[in-house]
Design a protein around this ligand. Sequence first.
Ligand SMILES: [Zn+2]
Length: 306
Amino acid sequence: MKKMKQWLLLLCLALGLTGCDSVGEILNEVIQSGVLDEYLWPEKVQKIEVPDGEMEVHFIDVGQADCALLASGGHFMLIDGGNNDDAEHIVTYLRNVGVKKLDMVVGTHPHEDHIGSLDAAIEAFDIGAVYMPDVSADTETYRDVLDAVEGKGLQVQHPVPGDVLDFNGLPVEIFGPVKEYSNLNNHSIVLRVSVGETAFLFTGDVEIEGEYDILEQGFDISADVLKVSHHGSSGSSVEEFLAYTDADYAVISVGEENIYDHPEAVTLKRLQNYGMEIFRTDEQGTIVCDTDGKNISFRQERESNP
Ligand SMILES: [Zn+2]
């Protein structure tokens, strides 16, 4: 592999020297695209290998935004896609863990910090299906996502509460949005992925009103791992909702020193009151969670500062 890298570099140099710009540019583009990464830089590629019936979740650190990659048996699902300027980071990360196709892409709601780079991810990989709530936003970011979906010859699907989707044999239950809201956060797709005896609840940015509506539907929202809503805002994660999730672990996707002061102290206190162990992307970077259907374990990019 090392030889191949040397040959390519030599070729680039030769093309550069002979002024063969277009070929050099094409080669450069190929290298930039990442398709040769596993040959050129095998040390960079850490392929996810998870058997069927098990799952690995990567809560990718995208600052003040959300992005989670779920992997099971060679299949992948992306829930949210960071901000617009996270495109390169997300696409590179996905390539490096071996993603070729995203079987399912979920944009929980059309705010930039959730769908910002979904267009880039949709363009970069083969796509199975794209799910978003049945609500639009008058933004370029939202239109970019629709264009990317259209470019793949697909249509955005709008799951509704009570639907059960299938991710490599794992049930994906849809709990929200229960109805229409003026607040886009409450329009978040809320879903639970079950793996054997374990379950993961993803809440987007749903706020208290939406949380109560979900509870009123009588869904079983219990989970072991809770992706805490709205980056730890106190306008979400109402006590009753947390009580019903009965989660052991809470993951907060949040940016360091963000202007919203997320996660709020009162939210952290609520999570702690329910005995949840808290993980935060602002402190621990990317957080990886594994389940074999019975046991759950966590790994993190870095230890949080004391
Ligand atoms: Zn958000």
